[in-house]
Write a protein that binds this ligand. Structure first.
Ligand SMILES: *[C@@H]1O[C@H](CO)[C@@H](O)[C@H](O)[C@H]1NC(C)=O
Ligand SMILES: *[C@@H]1O[C@H](CO)[C@@H](O)[C@H](O)[C@H]1NC(C)=O
Ligand SMILES: *[C@@H]1O[C@H](CO)[C@@H](O)[C@H](O)[C@H]1NC(C)=O
Ligand SMILES: *[C@@H]1O[C@H](CO)[C@@H](O)[C@H](O)[C@H]1NC(C)=O
Ligand SMILES: *[C@@H]1O[C@H](CO)[C@@H](O)[C@H](O)[C@H]1NC(C)=O
Ligand SMILES: *[C@@H]1O[C@H](CO)[C@@H](O)[C@H](O)[C@H]1NC(C)=O
Length: 752
């Protein structure tokens, strides 16, 4: 037995040891963050997500960004990884391939397929055409180079900033539940999971948000925060045509604005309104068109940046989102107003009538704001109360597998296998977030003779495929379709990133709630039981959904039986999830044991960039009606009753403009609200602000003449004063003539 004294001594020694460890741990990592504008073409490009031919971009609600964090071990700088969160529908294999090429030429072998993760937030309001497999660019008329380039450039810039800003720092982790930001949109499928399994969870959704807070050791200040939480980016419906990051993009915008405003309260000087009625008279005499041309100093991201080029980065990442809808009021029939059929999400057999409602129903933008705020508010809580520091190894494992032919050993030694990719009729039925085609219902396991004939014209599925995919009826045997090039991927990357006791699983698809739980549990179990004490109950596993490549959905074996949308879109058959669990377990075992992973030879994804169809026409050269110049006012701000706008009003002006595809004005803006301060017009809001809308369209009389409407919803916090609306754009006289930049301004108006 220990004497009292030695007991005390041993405690003292422990304390010393603990302090010593803290000393070493402090600033154990190098951390860096970056962010860059990735907003693609804001005109005439089909949006990625709903696969609706009518949903082409026509303006910007707020901009899309690529946000990156990098962590490296201070003592072994090759032990590092970079995680990029894209305000995009999903990652794309070809984007990943091209980014890796760019990073190789900049940094050699520092960032490779092994330790770079590129993840999408799943907004359905971003320009599409950047994926290489045919199925994912049917509605965008093939591949769209401009969409693709915007992503690749932004990722390269964003990683570059994070790399350049690497400095000693700490990472804190915190978790908590987000309330009422997601419901299960296929609850009837969830109910097919075993009752004992369901009984272990309080809900049919995962509410947990995991947040990382990055703190610079030298200044003690935070440089960024990344969080993961599962809810679809479908607050904006398929009727929307404005580029938007949907609820996660909005949450990121709110979080970065909140941090920047709390940090630099003083520098956001609010001008004292002078005698407004006096000013107005003077202002009326200012000509409507004029001002300095567009440059990047007009945009907010420029203002948010510190003198060393760094900026606070707040990112909201996607997780096991498969069956989670942000339309939390539920799904209702548009004709009767009654809830849709439970098992099929249809209204007397018609799926096109069944639509989910967000909390701001029928206002999509309000729903986006509310669901964004629910995530933002929780993230602020977690950020402010994060005290648990991550310590330990930075590590990663990666492998490519052919998901068309994975043999899986189930418990009891039964061997099963995955199948070549295929979609069932439930895929064509769509979801309550975006209803599909009349004639299909979620849960269908049969296809009528007419559709069978249509299908067989494209490709009759092999008998093997028909058997393998059961109970899915094969509507499209995409894994057997290679003309003119592959319709869906077969080679998928899977990846594990480790930061101490945080484990990030890079999944190239959308796992349902229960599928995600099974995967996380299996990986944790493998790590804990093989890691020799390095992993324990505190080991925290998060799923980063839609990462590195896109291969649609992953439902559990039981959910697959019902063949709702998620199951009908589970490409590789009933055992897809088991294959994922098996392959992730291999990586986890290798990580736990400190071993490498054997990459099956010759397995790497194809680069189809030379084969993809490109059918979207270039913009026509711009023209104007006689006597007009680009940027001239077509319809000026109209003065409201009482002479002054109030909060919530929407002053707007329409300008003669040009095709918004001519120049994306990256890190710039198509629109600004300027405020008169003294003799100068100072930009106070731009097209990245939630309150300002840039709406683009062709004049109805011509294919060549564009109109731009700038619309400002006067926000709560706007101060009284004199304002005007500005528009920035670029025009082209002929297909190959140089781009010319223009700008215009509305008349001045007052807000009080
Ligand atoms: C910054 O200003 C806002 C609004 O005036 C205020 O609510 C907030 O408490 C201020 N934050 C700090 C850190 O001063
Ligand atoms: C503003 O100017 C008007 C006209 O010159 C004057 O009548 C009014 O008293 C002034 N108001 C204030 C608050 O200074
Ligand atoms: C802004 O524009 C200037 C001049 O064109 C350029 O040198 C600078 O790199 C740009 N800054 C950003 C953040 O894009
Ligand atoms: C849904 O389908 C299941 C299985 O066929 C059936 O037992 C249940 O009654 C159905 N529920 C509703 C509300 O139709
Ligand atoms: C993947 O597996 C399928 C099915 O066995 C096979 O036909 C195909 O050639 C494989 N692909 C590659 C790139 O090895
Ligand atoms: C174009 O729109 C205007 C205003 O909405 C309308 O008055 C005019 O008739 C339309 N012209 C054509 C050619 O459709």
């Amino acid at each position: 037995m220990m004497s009292r004294k030695s007991y005390r001594d041993s405690h003292f020694l422990l304390l010393l040891a603990a302090l010593a460890i803290i000393g070493v741990i402090n600033g154990e990592y190098l951390i860096g963050v970056g962010s860059y504008d990735m907003t693609g073409p804001a005109a005439e490009v089909n949006m990625m997500g709903y696969a609706s031919m009518e949903q082409n971009s026509a303006g910007v609600h707020f901009r899309l960004r690529a946000r990156t964090f990098i962590v490296a071990d201070q003592n072994d700088q090759r032990a590092r990884f970079a995680f990029v969160n894209l305000d995009a529908g999903m990652a794309s294999q070809l984007v990943t391939v091209k980014v890796l090429e760019r990073l190789r030429s900049r940094y050699g072998t520092l960032y490779t397929k092994e330790n770079l993760a590129i993840s999408g937030i799943h907004t359905h309001a971003g320009p599409g055409g950047y994926l290489q497999y045919l199925l994912y660019h049917v509605t965008s008329l093939g591949f769209v180079q401009q969409s693709f380039d915007a992503l690749v450039n932004a990722i390269e810039q964003s990683v570059g900033q994070a790399h350049k800003n690497l400095k000693p720092g700490s990472v804190f982790i915190n978790t908590g539940d987000v309330e009422n930001a997601g419901i299960n949109r296929s609850p009837s499928a969830y109910l097919l999971n075993p009752a004992e399994e369901r009984a272990r969870y309080p809900a049919n959704v995962d509410k947990e948000m995991t947040l990382l807070k990055f703190v610079d050791s030298a200044s003690g200040k935070s440089i960024g925060a990344f969080s993961w939480y599962a809810t679809h980016g479908t607050s904006m419906s398929r009727d929307n045509k404005l580029i938007s990051g949907d609820n996660k993009g909005a949450a990121a915008r709110f979080f970065e604005d909140w941090f920047t405003s709390t940090e630099a309260n003083s520098s956001r000087s609010v001008p004292t309104p002078s005698n407004i009625s006096k000013l107005i008279k003077k202002v009326r005499s200012i000509k409507a068109t004029g001002g300095k041309p567009c440059d990047n100093s007009t945009s907010r991201s420029f203002k948010a940046r510190k003198s060393d080029g760094s900026q606070f980065v707040g990112a909201f990442c996607q997780s096991n989102v498969g069956d989670i809808s942000p339309n939390v009021l539920g799904a209702f029939c548009t004709d009767s107003g009654k809830p849709c059929d439970f098992n099929h999400s249809s209204c007397h057999g018609d799926v096109t009538l069944c639509k989910g409602r967000g909390p701001g129903y029928p206002d999509d933008t309000l729903s986006t704001k509310i669901i964004g705020e629910r995530q933002f508010n929780k993230a602020v809580d977690l950020f402010m109360s994060a005290t648990k520091e991550l310590t330990g190894k930075v590590d990663y494992r990666h492998v490519y597998q052919n998901f068309s032919e994975i043999e899986v050993e189930l418990s009891g030694k039964t061997k099963v296998r995955t199948c070549p990719a295929a979609l069932g009729p439930g895929f064509a039925a769509g979801t309550t977030d975006g209803p599909g085609m009349f004639g299909f219902q979620q849960g269908d396991t049969e296809i009528n003779e007419l559709w069978k004939k249509v299908r067989d014209l494209l490709k009759e599925p092999s008998q093997f495929q028909v058997e393998c995919q059961k109970p899915k009826a094969v509507l499209l045997s995409s894994g057997e379709m290679f003309e003119p090039y592959a319709w869906t991927p077969e080679i998928l990357p899977i990846q594990i990133l480790r930061l101490g006791k945080l484990i990030i699983l890079s999944v190239p698809g959308e796992l349902t709630t229960m599928a995600g739980r099974r995967l996380r549990e299996a990986v944790k179990e493998t790590l804990v039981s093989n890691g020799g004490g390095e992993f324990d109950d505190e080991t925290h596993v998060v799923i980063a959904g839609l990462t590195n490549t896109y291969s649609q959905y992953v439902a559990t074996f039981e959910e697959y039986e019902q063949q709702r949308y998620e199951a009908a879109s589970t490409l590789y058959g009933p055992h897809t999830l088991s294959a994922y669990i098996q392959e992730f377990n291999h990586l986890a075992l290798a990580m736990a044991k400190g071993r490498g992973v054997l990459q099956p030879a010759d397995l790497s994804p194809p680069d189809l960039s030379s084969k993809v169809l490109r059918l979207l026409a270039d913009p026509f050269p711009d023209s104007l009606p006689g006597g007009k110049k680009f940027g001239d006012i077509k319809q000026d701000v109209s003065e409201p009753k009482g002479g002054s706008f109030k909060k919530g009003n929407r002053p707007s002006a329409t300008f003669w403009s040009a095709n918004a595809r001519n120049d994306l004005l990256t890190e710039g803006t198509f629109a600004a609200v300027e405020m008169l301060q003294g003799q100068r017009w100072i930009p106070v809001y731009d097209d990245d602000d939630f309150c300002l809308y840039f709406k683009w369209k062709l004049d109805n009389s011509s294919l060549y003449t564009s109109l731009a409407t700038i619309e400002w919803e006067v926000p709560e916090e706007a101060s009284s004063g004199v304002y005007r609306l500005r528009h920035f754009g670029s025009s082209k006289k002929a297909q190959h003539s140089p781009i010319e930049y223009f700008t215009g301004a509305s008349s001045a108006f007052t807000v009080s």
